[in-house]
Design a protein around this ligand. Structure first.
Ligand code: NAD
Length: 437
């Protein structure tokens, strides 16, 4: 089988590479010529563990190639995946579908023979039908089906997630299209991955319902963490105690600074907007969006409180800037709210992130960046853990205390144990856990 992947970002590059690992011949296409040049030189434009080895081996085997022009690859493809970005539209919560529709028009012009056009991007209900209409308008003679196949991979563990997903969702309404999709995911059939076949609309809805549910779960435990602080309970024990109930489940019950990243913020907003528009508001999700936005600001206040109520003239060292570990993705990271709030409050901020600093420099130009964790904390008035990269989990605490001006640590990811930290002589603040006196 041959496929084209339109859009070679976090999703397109990982999905395209994994399909080639399944034995499919894949061309990954992107308008960004710089990205394609780098890939053709064997450089990976994003940080994703394990991706470089898979790209190299599949490119060498001749199953994976890269191009800027979709024409020849699409003409030869059994299926064409649209994996372009769907960011929030400026000035509102709607998903910006202009990249998806532009790709659909270009695909229509290049298609040759029966082709399955698959939306892998996260798109609001109704987008698949519109893609169908656009292709039909552009090429009334075309032989094609539109399928929705949302992606559930997580950055940082994207390859494992693609290769061993909990399920695959396919909105395909013709038998011909279903057969093509079944053939593409044949390897997952063999390991008995549940494949959910639905209509276009249900498939599109499943992706948003999944992401907003997860964002709600995170927001729930974050609010419970705040309550734990007031009543002297420990949110770790509470999360474990409720998570062992299978109806609740243990995952996504980790309290922290609020959700961020390239998906949850924009997808919650997009669903809230769609729901309002069709007169069936999702009030729970509206509240989640509101709580999460306020939470990031509250985290800056927490840091200021830990610095005796003021950061004017003080230096705050930040460890971790990406929205989670094992990615270089800075999109909607909590650091983008917390760091500017500290600067505005008068702090000098020094930061270190293992992979995110190139991108961070563009988005947070008013701070300085260090060579490693100890470099940024030397002489600082407080140390803040914003992202739980493994290398921040095992800091040499004696050294940390020695180089900090004051032994103040604000751990927004609950990486350290409060009792140990107090015993080690730190003034330690975390999320939802009592700190012994
Ligand atoms: P991204 O911004 O990393 O990549 C999108 C790529 O598409 C860019 O490289 C861009 O240059 C390219 N592009 C745009 N228009 C094009 C066109 N007409 N032709 C060729 N290339 C074009 O985005 P992403 O993070 O990979 O997300 C893609 C989609 O997948 C979004 O809808 C997102 O919501 C969804 N998604 C993302 C994740 C994630 O973890 N990042 C997970 C699941 C789903």
């Amino acid at each position: 089988m041959r496929i084209s992947m339109i859009g070679t970002g976090y999703v397109g590059l990982v999905s395209g590479t994994c399909f080639s690992e399944f034995g499919v011949t894949v061309t990954c296409i992107d308008k960004d010529a710089g990205k394609i040049e780098r890939l053709n030189r064997g450089e990976i434009p994003i940080y994703e563990p394990g991706l470089d080895a898979l790209v190299t081996s599949n490119a060498a085997a001749g199953r994976l190639s890269f191009a800027t022009d979709l024409g020849p690859a699409v003409a030869d493809s059994d299926a064409v995946f649209i994996a372009v970005g769907t960011p929030s539209r400026r000035g509102g919560g709607h998903a910006d579908l202009s990249y998806v529709y532009a790709a659909a028009r270009e695909i229509a012009r290049a298609m040759n023979g029966y082709t399955v056009v698959v939306t892998k991007s996260t798109v609001p209900v109704g987008t698949g039908r519109e893609v169908e209409r656009i292709i039909r308008e552009e090429r009334p003679d075309a032989d094609f089906d539109v399928v929705s196949n949302p992606e559930f991979l997580r950055e940082g563990s994207a390859i494992q997630d693609f290769m061993r997903p909990d399920r695959v969702v396919i909105g395909a309404e013709s038998e011909r299209a279903q057969a093509v999709m079944r053939q593409l995911y044949r390897v997952l059939y063999l390991i008995e991955t549940p494949i959910v076949f639905t209509t276009l609309e249900s498939s599109e809805m499943i992706k948003y319902a999944a992401n907003t549910f997860l964002a709600t779960k995170i927001t729930f435990i974050n609010e419970v963490a705040d309550l734990c602080e007031k009543v002297g309970a420990d949110v770790h024990d509470v999360a474990r105690g409720i998570g062992l109930d299978n109806r609740i489940g243990r995952k996504f019950l980790h309290a922290g600074p609020g959700y961020g990243g390239s998906c949850f913020p924009k997808d919650t907003l997009a669903l809230v907007t769609t729901a309002k528009e069709v007169g069936s508001p999702l009030r729970i999700v509206e509240t989640v969006v509101d709580i999460n936005a306020k939470r990031k600001r509250a985290m800056a206040e927490r840091i200021i409180d830990a610095c005796d109520g003021s950061v004017v003239g003080k230096t705050v060292a930040i460890l971790g800037l990406t929205f989670k570990p094992n990615t270089d993705d800075m999109r909607d990271s909590p650091s983008l709210d917390i760091v500017p709030a500290l600067v505005e409050a008068g702090a000098t901020v020094r930061a270190f992130d293992p992979e995110g600093m190139d991108e961070a420099r563009k988005l947070l130009p008013d701070i300085t960046y260090g060579a490693d964790a100890y470099d940024v904390m030397t002489g600082a008035d407080a140390l803040v853990i914003l992202t739980e990269w493994n290398e921040f989990r095992a800091l040499n605490l004696d050294r940390v205390k020695e180089v900090l001006k004051a032994p103040v640590m604000v751990d927004l990811r609950n990486v350290y144990n409060p009792t140990d930290m107090v015993a080690a002589g730190f003034r330690y603040t975390s999320v939802g856990r009592p700190t012994p006196d």
